[in-house]
Design a binder for this molecule. Sequence first.
Ligand code: ADP
Ligand code: MG
Length: 478
Amino acid sequence: MEKNVVEIWEDCLKIIKDNINYQSFKTWFLPIKPLKLKDNVLTIQVPSQFFYEWMEEHYIGLLKKTIKKELGNEGRLEYSIIMDNSENNAEPYSINIPTGEKKAVLNPSVSMPIDLNRGSSKEIPNPFIIPGLKKIKVNSQLIDSYSFNNFVEGDCNRLARSAGYAVANNPGKTAFNPLLLYSNTGLGKTHLSHAIGLQVKENFPDKTALYVTTDQFTNQFIDSVKNNNQNDFIHFYQMIDILIIDDIHNLGGKEKTQDVFFHIFNHLHQKSNQIILTSDKPPVEMKGIEPRLLSRFKWGLSADLQVPDLETRIAILHKKLYNDGIEIPKEVVEYLAHCINTNIRELEGALISLLAQSSLNKKTITLELAKQMIDKFVKNTSREISIDYIQKVVCDYFNIPIEMIHSKTRKREIVQARQLSMYFSKKHTKASLASIGLHCGNKDHATVLHACRTVNNLVETDKQFRIFVEELDKKIKL
Ligand code: ADP
Ligand code: MG
């Protein structure tokens, strides 16, 4: 039986997947929809003009080979491009790409050419333009210290950071438009969004970048309504090359502002200007935002920032101290990073209080001082003990390198440290047995149970061991 278009495309994907890395596969090939197969011409739908150009530039060779394999020498590929997602939506355009050896050419019979400036052919008079000056002057409101350089990379932020970096090097021209960064408060959304803006300004001094909070944007809009110059407001925003709007969830329930933002968004997106948004929630969980806006938020990439792990928190503190030229004992830094583990802003706050206390009272910064301060500082904020922290305490205590926990070694002292880490993780965290096992040397849940039993038995029968466990318990709860 003949294969249908979906099956053919699935087979193509298998070949493609074997030939490129997974991230590229996911970014560029998974969003494609196979549309039809007729007379050996396979039509695939790609989400945008940019997408199509990218495929042509980077994957044409691979696509040719793949099509040849699947459809034979006569096989051809046709793209259908979703040109414009705004309301005056036309039928998707199609371009034929012969996959033979000839250089790819656009088929003249098709309803192209593509008008990159579609939607806005005539110049809009702009009230903000000073006559004689080509570009308007915009105070970008970017804060210099929120740079990529000062943004510590960790597992918690890798995707968002690298997407941000890609956007900064190619604003409006990656698939990440809009780029939506989301996380709980204090985890670096604002910092990262500034970093992108700063980097764009460095790379492309001619582009206008603007950072605004959603509240500023809303208030400006309300003012413009009062002063009856809404059009100026809209035109101003429509001229920005890289628009960063922070805390977009604050648009919730503000219908008029959403409406005006909708038009600005469409205009910028059509011109391939870059939009960067931040939010405290992913689009699916945002409340009070119109569906048409929410769906637009999902066009590009939504990337989250997670709570940083202990190592990253320590690195962040070190970076701040280094930038400020301050030295404090290593164990104090580690102590702070351990105590304050869910919010980077609070972590910085604790460091600042500590520095202030020491300079005001002329005390040297010691672990003791840090403990007193933290006691007051985080009395009421709940602190979560993590598996990685427990491992660190246990390994420090027995003076063994933390990597050994994750190794396969069966040396007695390592096995014991591993078992103790499992035991304390069971006792002090909410993690499941399976997850504890995974984090302690890739073991299964039965091994964790066995470890807990072994420790309990030893505590009852071995006095020295009981002392270890009690001391460790104190250190962990510190
Ligand atoms: P959010 O906007 O998510 O509430 P912010 O961007 O305001 O968080 O970050 C809070 C503080 O933490 C800022 O001072 C910021 O510089 C700092 N910060 C956050 N993430 C990092 C990081 N990865 N490296 C260095 N500092 C960070
Ligand atoms: Mg913020």
